[in-house]
Design a protein around this ligand. Structure first.
Ligand code: 4AD
Ligand code: MG
Length: 431
């Protein structure tokens, strides 16, 4: 008999089945042992009766501990009292891997669970989140395939910054130094003049000094770059991408989301609405008039202000035209409003902050040189990037999505650390 998943076994609902997995729960008496077995698909109660086995075999069953791995053969039937509505009356079993006393018991602190993350990943909660993350990434790949994009990969070790020198991780590089990637973008701007429509997803590193529930030192950024696109085109495209992914995940992972306390229908509703685009100046007005928060033009919106702003929206919104002065060097000046840049952020509702950051790209080499010099950058290491503007440059635009931010929002997580299997922050880099 070949093994089937627990979900398949329950679909069958009757007859002989062979399943395998890990002991999720166990309890017993001197006559019978109840095991809830889990695999990646579900859980099911299995009943081992002493009378059906030799003394030696019964001893094995009796000593089974949580997380032991085993194979089970038996007869499945409906049972209302069982945790998932079915149980298996066991006719034979084999212990594949014994388990010591499992260190994770009820009501552990979140720090303890982070120390034991290698084991905590097996929990229903982490399994559900990992499934949502996987579904989201697969949905995104599907979206870009449909849209006719090429996947393009950039180096992780890079000679210079893209998003400001203060959060770079330096890496020794044979007698020289290099940095871990802050963004795929600058290299994408080289490839976009060959492939025109490109995307990717890769590990991204920022030495963030802030210990917030939204910042990781290592996260995954899902980036896009498109030739011939201006700011308006790119913001509309970003909305289309996120809406597509949210819908797909809400449908595919409805069970997981419900388990996490998130209503998939609510997400579907949000994805069907129109997501507004407003200018930074208008965002300041909303803050002033509705939230009584006074911010003068030229200040970046901090987390707390983003949250106050988003109290007045029930869908993600796009905010464009941030002050040029405080934006990264590659974000172009709006010729109609020279104090504004042709850039945008997408902000999530419900306190999940900035999901996406992007812009049209500057084609003004002198302006970029000036901005980089002001930041104290060595202009020489950007000459290759300026070359891109010298040989047949065209308008182009792109953005980066914070994968963990999106996963945290979709799942309704309290902390971004649960949106990635092994989080890295200022204070945590193990296991
Ligand atoms: O807004 P950011 O810094 O944009 C860029 O890096 C551009 N070069 C992307 C591009 O245009 N291709 O980062 C993009 C997104 C943010 O909106 C946020 O969602 C996420 O990346 N992000 C982080 N996520 C978790 N932890 C951090 N420390 C993050 N920093 C940025
Ligand atoms: Mg940003």
């Amino acid at each position: 008999m070949s093994f089937i998943s627990i979900q398949q076994a329950m679909k069958r609902g009757k007859g002989k089945v062979a399943i395998r997995g890990w002991v999720y729960r166990e309890r017993g008496s001197n006559k019978v042992k109840f095991i809830v077995l889990r695999d990646s698909t579900s859980r099911i109660q299995c009943v081992i009766k002493k009378d059906d086995f030799s003394k030696k075999k019964w001893k094995q069953a009796d000593s089974l501990q949580i997380e032991a791995s085993m194979e089970i053969k038996g007869t499945i039937k409906k049972d209302k009292r069982a945790p998932t509505g079915y149980d298996v009356s066991v006719s034979d079993f084999k212990i594949v891997g014994f388990s010591d006393t499992y260190p994770i018991t009820k009501d552990q602190s979140s720090e303890f669970l982070l120390d034991k993350r290698h084991l905590w990943l097996r929990s229903r909660r982490m399994t559900a989140i990992m499934k949502v993350r996987s579904a989201y990434i697969q949905a995104r790949d599907e979206f870009f395939k449909k849209e006719g994009f090429y996947r393009f990969d950039a180096p992780i070790l890079q000679p210079s910054q893209c998003e400001g020198g203060s959060t770079l991780f330096e890496v020794k590089y044979y007698g020289n130094k290099t940095y871990l990637s802050q963004s795929w973008q600058l290299y994408a701007e080289a490839a976009v003049f060959a492939l025109e429509k490109i995307y990717n997803m890769g590990p991204t590193f920022r030495a963030e000094k802030s210990k917030t529930s939204r910042h990781l030192s290592e996260f995954w950024m899902a980036e896009t770059e498109v030739a011939w696109f201006d700011l308006h085109d790119i913001t509309e495209f970003a909305k289309k991408e996120i809406k597509y992914c949210v819908k797909k995940v809400a449908k595919e992972c409805a069970e997981e989301l419900k388990f996490l306390g998130r209503d998939p229908k609510k997400l579907l509703k949000i994805a069907d609405k129109k997501w507004p685009t407003i200018k930074y100046r208008d965002a300041l007005k909303v803050l002033k008039e509705k939230a009584k928060v006074n911010i003068s033009f030229g200040k970046d919106l901090r987390t707390i202000e983003e949250d106050k702003l988003m109290d007045h929206f029930d869908t993600p919104i796009v905010v464009t035209h941030y002050p040029k002065e405080i934006m990264a060097f590659y974000k172009p000046t709006d010729s109609k409003h020279p104090d504004e840049a042709l850039c945008f952020d997408m902000l999530a509702p419900e306190g999940y902050g900035e999901l996406v950051g992007g812009s049209q790209r500057s084609t003004d080499i002198e302006e970029m040189r000036k901005a980089l010099k002001k930041e104290g950058e060595d202009i020489k290491s950007y000459e290759w990037y300026f070359d891109l503007r010298k040989y047949g440059s065209v308008p182009h635009a792109g953005y980066g999505v914070g994968v963990e931010r999106v996963v945290a929002w979709i799942c309704g997580l309290e902390n971004i650390k649960d949106a990635i299997p092994f989080p890295r922050t200022m204070l945590r880099w193990k296991p």
